[in-house]
Design a protein around this ligand. Sequence first.
Ligand code: ADP
Ligand code: ADP
Length: 226
Amino acid sequence: LPALSIRDLRKTYDNRVEALKGVSLDVQEGDFFALLGPNGAGKSTLIGVVSSLVNASGGRVEVFGVDIQKRRSQAMRLIGLVPQEINFNMFEKPLDICVNYAGFYGVPRAEAVQRAERELRAAQLWDKAQVMSRTLSGGMKRRLMIARAMMTEPRLLILDEPTAGVDIEIRRSMWKTLREVNARGSSVILTTHYLEEAESLCRNLAIIDHGRIIESGPMKQLLAKL
Ligand code: ADP
Ligand code: ADP
C-alpha cells in the first residue's frame, strides 16, 4: 500500500488560476520523497490538498489507502504536517509545546512526556527543553516544528519548503533530523526549490512546473538526465 497515492488531482482557485492540472503520483511507504519545483509551480497547493487545508477541484488522494475526502479524520491521523511558518507560542518551552500538542490529539500525558523526550533528542533540542522558545536560534525553532509534528507518531510526515530562506548550516541540521525521522520508519515528503536539498535527502522525486508533473522517478536516474 503506498503512503500517498494521488490521481488526476486538479485545483482551480476562485481567481481561475489553475494551480494543479491533473497531477498523479505515488509515494511508497518508507520513502523519502521530494516534490521539486520553482515558485508558483503548485507545490503548496498540492501539500494543502493532501493535508485537507485546500479543497481539490477534482481527482483523488489516498493516504495508506484511506481516501482523504471520504474519511478525512482517519486520513489526517496518519499525517504529520510541518507548515512553512513557525507557529508555536514563543512564550512556551519546547517540552510544553510538544507535550501539549500531543495532549490536544488525545495522547495520555505520561506517554506524551516520553515521546517529547525522544523527539526533542532527535531534534538535538533536549538541552533546550526548558528554555523559553523565543530564545531558540532559527535552526532550533525549525527543528522544534519537526519534533512537534512527530508527537502524534505520524506514518507520513509532510513538510512544505522546510528550509526556505535559511542558511546552509541550519539546512544541514534540519536534514539530519529529517533523516533520523525517516530512519525510524516514517515516510517523508517535502517540497523544495533547492535541487541540492532533494539530492542530499531523497530517494525519489517528482518535478512539478505550472501545475504538472514533468519528471518523476528515482533521484539517481533523474540526476543522470539533468
Ligand atoms: P508553489 O508552492 O510551488 O510556489 P503554489 O501552490 O503556492 O506554488 O501556487 C501555484 C499557483 O497558484 C500560483 O500561480 C499561485 O499564485 C496560485 N495560488 C496559490 N494560492 C492561491 C490562492 N489562495 N488563491 C489564488 N491563487 C493562488
Ligand atoms: P508560497 O511561498 O507557499 O509559494 P506564496 O508566498 O505565494 O506561497 O503565498 C502565500 C499565501 O498567499 C498562501 O496562503 C497562498 O495560498 C496565497 N496566495 C498565493 N498566491 C495567491 C494569489 N494569486 N491569490 C490569492 N492568494 C494567493
